[in-house]
Design a protein around this ligand. Structure first.
Ligand code: FAD
Length: 316
């Protein structure tokens, strides 16, 4: 990922997109249509999430492997620690490498069902993402990303402690971080200030902001709630106005407002020197493509070759 950000050949700030493992054949067909659309816009990388508690373990590996082998895209596989022993985690990393994946986003994961509920370590597992970063690093030549939290992780006692834990993950061998989605740019900028002040060396690693173009008020409220946060009042007001007072949300107006909000945020992040813009897509291309084209990004006829994933040497 870091190499791709450095060597990205477009004039614009690189962007990247997040996909989810599809649930069924229809979802898979839609994902591939979306993948092919983004291929024509040359993202710096694409990431594939890992279902809560390992529920999508095989699908994440299979589809990310296909992205590595059958597209011009650089895929990043998410991996979460929850519910796995260290032996299982090592085997999973090995299966990623076997599929040609050498970029992993290392996470601890949330309790399945209730992300804000009690967290229990697997008896033979790890407790923090930092430990999994070390395991992945020991296993081979992987480029490793971790999560960062502009408003602090909801379980962190305060922002300073949260910053110290992020610095520890980076020091353990992570190359960059991707933030939790946010809707107030100041939160991203303050995170960047905090980590740079805490540890100038680790703070110099890319902090990639995550954006979600809102297409439904209900969906975004739920997503923000699950992360233990709230939508800023200004954003909520704007979306509520668009939704209207009727019994049914005015979906088209919410969508238009959501795309405008994401475009304004992206432009401000570009102006503030963000290293990349990472978009949550929910496996749909339209909203993110609209944001990017509004920002002046181009869609080309044919995919341009991108850095290919090579198999990592894995010592298992
Ligand atoms: P950690 O870094 O381990 O932190 C967890 C908590 O422990 C924090 O409160 C932290 O401050 C604290 N902590 C960290 N280190 C220590 C220490 N040494 N001592 C004491 N306390 C410590 N979830 C999924 O299930 N699948 C996904 O694909 C997925 N993708 C994500 C992508 C991004 C970009 C982000 C931001 C989150 C993603 N998540 C995903 C959610 C993530 O798993 C949760 O936010 C989880 O609660 C935190 O994960 P973490 O890796 O940051 O954990």
């Amino acid at each position: 990922v870091v190499e791709s950000l450095r060597t990205h050949s477009t004039k614009q700030v690189p962007f990247s997109v997040e996909f989810n493992p599809p649930r069924d054949a229809d979802g898979e067909a839609r994902l591939w249509r979306t993948v092919r659309q983004f291929e024509r816009m040359h993202p710096a990388f694409v990431s594939m999430t890992y279902g809560a508690g390992g529920s999508t373990k095989d699908r994440t590996a299979r589809i990310t492997g296909q992205l590595a082998q059958q597209t011009t895209l650089l895929p990043v596989a998410h991996l979460t620690a929850i519910g796995h022993s260290v032996a299982e985690l090592r085997a999973l990393v090995g299966s990623y490498a076997d599929c040609g994946i050498r970029n992993i986003l290392v996470l601890r994961g949330d309790p399945p069902g209730d992300p804000l509920g009690d967290w229990h370590s697997h008896p033979a597992g790890v407790t923090y993402a930092e430990e999994l970063v070390r395991i992945v690093r020991e296993l081979g030549d992987f480029n490793v990303g971790v999560a960062s939290f502009p408003q602090g992780h909801h379980r962190s006692p305060d922002l300073e402690t949260d910053t110290a834990f992020l610095a520890a993950k980076l020091r353990a061998g992570a190359d960059y971080s991707i933030t939790q989605m946010f809707f107030d740019i100041e939160h991203y900028l303050r995170l960047r200030d905090r980590i740079t002040a805490h540890d100038p060396v680790e703070g110099a690693k890319p902090i990639i902001p995550e954006l979600m173009p809102i297409t439904s008020l209900r969906t975004v409220r739920r997503a923000v709630e699950l992360s233990g946060r709230e939508l800023p009042a200004a954003v909520l007001d704007r979306l509520r106005k668009a939704a209207g007072d009727g019994p049914q949300e005015n979906r088209e107006a919410v969508r238009t407002a959501g795309i405008e909000i994401a475009t304004e945020m992206a432009q401000r992040l570009i102006d503030e020197g963000a290293p990349c813009l990472h978009f949550i897509t929910l496996n749909f291309a339209k909203a993110t493509t609209q944001v990017l084209t509004d920002l002046g990004y181009e869609v080309t006829a044919a995919p341009r070759p991108a850095p290919r994933s090579r198999s990592a040497a894995v010592g298992r």
